[in-house]
Design a protein around this ligand. Structure first.
Ligand SMILES: Cc1cc2nc3c(=O)[nH]c(=O)nc-3n(C[C@H](O)[C@H](O)[C@H](O)COP(=O)(O)O)c2cc1C
Length: 191
């Protein structure tokens, strides 16, 4: 079945934002669909907000926000996260070879932002937010107890890229609030 002619869009606002790009919201003519180069960059809209939990020196729990992250293998189940070498979390993972991912619910948007705007070098982020660091029972890292979904990972590969290092973690266990329903979709079964 071929594509039908584009419908005239209903304009509710003048602009929409996706990632760090701002698009003008209006009906486009065919020539306006022509792409133009905006330089080599890392613009990919809709990245996740993950809270990466690690232990620092003296077993001090830390948590930082990461958006450059994703799923990278189904067997073994693996995820990856790219961290700038200057973060405390980077050093912690290098030493412990483990991290957790705590996925916040909407209720914790402020805390998730705080975790990304502050470094463990300056502030104890768990004390400052009042959230609880829970030690994982399967990997050497803490997670955020109040967040509903937790992935506990053992590092299996470290890829030096440039300013960032990619940590590939095998998911050893997933913990979910008892209210969370597990629904396996067709896509999960196939991958
Ligand atoms: C929304 C958001 C996403 C972020 N994503 C990343 C990321 O993917 N990788 C990274 O190295 N830093 C990322 N940061 C910055 C770190 O979270 C920030 O440098 C933090 O202070 C590091 O904490 P730490 O020094 O305690 O490890 C992000 C920040 C925010 C607010």
């Amino acid at each position: 079945m071929g594509l039908s002619a584009p419908q005239k869009p209903k304009i509710t606002q003048d602009f929409f934002v996706t990632g760090s790009l701002i698009f003008e919201k209006r009906q486009q003519t065919v020539s306006e669909f022509m792409k133009k180069s905006i330089s080599a960059n890392t613009i990919v809209p809709a990245t996740p907000v993950w809270a990466i939990g690690t232990f620092g020196n003296d077993n001090k729990p830390n948590v930082m926000t990461a958006a450059w992250a994703g799923v990278c293998c189904s067997k073994p189940p693996c995820i990856c996260v790219s961290l700038r070498k200057a973060t405390s979390t980077h050093g912690n993972i290098m030493k412990r070879k483990a991290f957790t991912v705590s996925i916040p619910s909407e209720k914790y948007v402020k805390e998730a932002d705080f975790f990304g705007m502050n470094s463990a070098r300056d502030v104890d982020k768990f004390s400052a937010t009042g959230l609880t660091a829970e030690k994982s029972d399967v990997v050497d890292a803490p997670y955020v107890k109040e967040f509903p979904l937790i992935l506990e990972c053992k590092v299996i590969q470290i890829v030096e890229i440039g300013l960032h290092t990619e940590f590939i973690g095998e998911v050893i266990d997933v913990k979910a609030d008892s209210l969370a329903k597990r629904k396996r979709t067709a896509r999960h079964r196939k991958n």
